[in-house]
Structure formats: structure tokens, C-alpha cells
Design a protein around this ligand. Sequence first.
Ligand code: 5RP
Length: 225
Amino acid sequence: MDGKKLAGEKAAEYVKNGMVVGLGTGSTVYWTIMKLGELVRGGLQIQGVPTSRRTEELATELGIPLLDLAEVDEIDLTIDGADEADADLNLIKGGGGALLREKLVASASRRLLIVADESKWVPALGKFPLPVEVVPFGWELTRRQIGKLDCDPILRMADEAPYVTDNGNYILDCHFGVIQGAERLSAALNQLPGVVENGLFVKMAERIVLGFTDGSVEERLPKSK
Ligand SMILES: O=C(CO)[C@H](O)[C@H](O)COP(=O)(O)O
């Protein structure tokens, strides 16, 4: 069975009438958004805050009323995917290129719920290269500076040109190997001029809904909370 669909649809149960809901990006939360579209057509009243143009288009097509992040003080609940999650629910995100808006929306949220299939659950973060969003101006220099933190950043490409985020920036995919101190690494990256944001989400997620190919769904909380 499709673990992404199972997890995505299950998470929609957390959305209640009247909520402002952060809508993540990717192929797992796609199923949450589809479900929410169905519930909205059936009378559920929510307002969504999208984390990407892609999600904005999908939610609009489904008739989910949307708010701009600038219009809200606090989001009740955000549901989003992840590229990796460890037992403390620290995450790598940004495989879909939306990490900056995803982190802004997650930071404005009272609760962050992650949806993923079993393949995203890892003993330690770092097999998936960490996406780092950088400004295009002088990106080669930023790449060299990030490289000094012990990785070899690769410029993400799309159709033989640099991939450009919704914010007009580039992404460097950084292979650090096993990430021990996620908080420290995140701070070190973000203090480099030229780095806009990185895909480490540390101590932000409240729970993860994991879907398994055998058809089961499990919910897990951070181990060290
Ligand atoms: O961070 C993301 C997009 O920037 C996604 O949440 C992440 O890449 C997971 O995507 P998927 O659910 O398609 O596996």
C-alpha cells in the first residue's frame, strides 16, 4: 500500500472546524490537502496558509480558502512532509525546494505535524543531502564557505539551469554524512552571508504520522520530550 497516502489522509483528522492550517509541500502532504479539499466541500471551514506556489495552486483548485502568511499572527496547525526524520523528530526538509516558506510557516505555527512513509524514518539524519537555500549573487563563494563546514555542496539543477525557488534563490544540496549536532550545524550555516535558510528543522515537530506499506499507520512523538 501507499504509505504516503495513508499518512497524508490520516493527518487530515487533526484539522478541526475554524482552524488556520499551514499547508506543506510534497507528494505526502498532497494527500492531506486532497482530503481537506473533500472535507471543505462537505462543509469544513478552515483557512489554509500555503508553503509554496505548487500548494497554493492545488489548494485553490480544491476550493480551500487561503490566507497569506502576512495576514496571520498564529497558525493553529501545520501539516508537512519531510525527507528524513529521526527519533527526536528533528528533520531534513527541502527535497521539494520549499524549505524557506516551510520553515517560516512552521515557525508561525503552534503545532507542526509531519506526514511521511516509513522510508523517511532514519536512525540518524544525513543520508539525504541537506538542502540550503542561497542567494544567487556570489553563490559560488557561498558554496566554498559551506564547503569549509566539511561537505561538497552541489548546485541543484532543473532543465540544465540552476533550480530557482519560489523566492528567486538557488539551492545547494550538501552531503555532510551523519549529522550529529543538528542545532549547531543549522546555526553555523545560517550565519554565513549568502545563506538564506537551511533544511534542518530542529525541535519543531510535535508528532509524525508514518504510513507503512503493510497498510498500518503509526504516530510517534519526539523521544526526548
Ligand atoms: O520538504 C519538502 C519540500 O520542500 C517536502 O516536505 C519533502 O521533500 C518531502 O516530500 P515528499 O512528501 O514528496 O516525499
